[in-house]
Ligand binder design. Structure first.
Ligand SMILES: [Zn+2]
Length: 201
């Protein structure tokens, strides 16, 4: 069976700028589920040698509902702004939006993890109490996406050393930091990301 399919390329005007989008439909063979997962790639019309790339994992509560429990929504908006700037200066960029909610555990389990956090668990302890690894994400499709767009070198927008390591399997990576201001709700979450997940904050 094929590993993925690619949709047609379409225009997407946004409040950040005008981009193109394409969807990658990934066929995952995991456990009893063979359901396809549909990801989104947002990109500028041209790329330089090393375009600015953000690999963003879905966070419905943060990206759409403006949650203050994490920094995902702010990072997504900031990444889109930065990629729009790269479009203007002719270097180009790409945002790969991976549908792996809640660090890969799914929305239902993430809400249960939030309920544990309400009782005082931190983000890592809550995932582990539910029987998951602290980070269940998988980036195997990203290599195929880079190959599809013929990208061999990137400037990766991230604070996560594990993501740099994961991307380095597929392309040459240099890092651009992405820093959104913290608030009273996510200070502990950001501190845990720094202390337990090694984020460069
Ligand atoms: Zn989030």
């Amino acid at each position: 069976m094929e590993k993925f399919q690619v949709s047609q390329k379409a225009k997407l005007p946004t409040r950040f700028g005008n981009f193109f989008i394409q969807s990658f439909r990934e066929f995952k063979l995991e456990k009893e589920c063979e359901c396809p997962v549909e990801h989104l790639v947002v990109f500028t019309d041209k790329f330089c040698d090393a375009p600015l790339v953000r690999v963003h994992s879905e966070c419905l509560t943060g990206d759409v509902f403006g949650s203050h429990k994490c920094d995902c929504g702010g990072e997504l908006a900031l990444a889109m702004e930065k990629i729009a700037q790269e479009q203007e200066n002719g270097k180009g960029g790409m945002l790969i939006y991976l549908r792996q909610e809640g660090r890969g555990i799914g929305l239902f389990n993430k809400v249960n993890a939030y309920a544990l956090q309400d009782k005082g668990y931190d983000t890592v302890e809550a995932n582990e109490a539910l029987g998951f690894k602290s980070d269940n994400r998988n980036y195997s499709l990203v290599g195929d996406i880079f190959e599809y767009y013929k990208i061999k070198k990137i400037r990766l927008l991230t604070n996560n050393p594990k993501k740099i390591e994961a991307m380095s399997k597929y392309v040459e990576v240099s890092r651009d930091s992405i820093v959104v201001p913290s608030n009273c709700y996510n200070e502990k979450y950001l501190a845990t990301k720094k202390a337990k997940l090694g984020h460069l904050l």
